[in-house]
Ligand binder design. Sequence first.
Ligand SMILES: [Zn+2]
Length: 320
Amino acid sequence: MDQENQLVIAATCGKEFINAYNGKRTKAIHILDKIFIAILNKYDPPHESFSFDSNDFMDDEKDNESGGAYRVAMGKIHKTLDSHEAFLNQVSVDLKLSFIPKIQCVNEGQGKGPKAFKVIAVTANAMGITSVDQVPNGYIRYTIEEEAEPTSLGKLIDGLTTTGYRLHLIVSFMLLSIIIGTIVVVGGYFILSKVTSVLDFLKGGLGLIAITYGLYSLINPIYQCITKRIIICPSILSPMSAPSAQLQYTTTHTKRQSGRKNRQFKVIVYTATCPICQSRIDIYNGTNQLSGRLVGLCDENPREHVFSFDYTTRLGKPVF
Ligand SMILES: [Zn+2]
């Protein structure tokens, strides 16, 4: 197939992704829409890639202000599209399109001028995706709406664990528990023995509780995620505006010497459409008889429209 056609197929896939996307309509999504429309409409004469720079898709004067929402969104437009790669692949499977769009920045790190980009077509990857007409009767399908770049804290944790320190981390967790316990006991003894006024006692006690809680709230989700593979993402690690994001301890393509695959933390947004009322479904912790499980709750009727959630098959079915 011609490379020109590949780019048109990729842009068609991109446009269909924008149409199907029901997350927050950010500036970046708006810009991506305009890019795909530009490729599909002005595609003359055909090229194997579509070039643009960071000034090309401004709507008005407001977008021209430096530091404005447009500049911020445009500066990382290639990374934004990368974060939706799984969604693009799903669209490609559903519509039998073989290519998805990818944006490359061609002058990264070269001075202050406008950033230059090009859109190319890359082969779609159907792995792990059930096409819309193959979803079993009575089931719903979850879409990976977004996979975030980890925040700097997330990157630090990733650096510690990608090389397979599961045991190491569990040992660290236990050690940290001992350290926290020691802080509480020693600190508590110090406060009781040295402090004379009630106010100082309360201040010291509050400080101790804050430190202990801070350490615990940082370490506990990481430990939970390593042992349970997927949890609701703590807000400190979540850079996104979605109603609910998940932190997943997922396999990577690289293997350790033992032959087992390396794992990595990823912040992922899974979502689906409610088959009863067509509202958006997001993943939350289950309560009452669903305690300990992650479930899909409908935005419109979160008490009755409740679905199971299996991140491996990306399928779910009504729980009630
Ligand atoms: Zn519903």
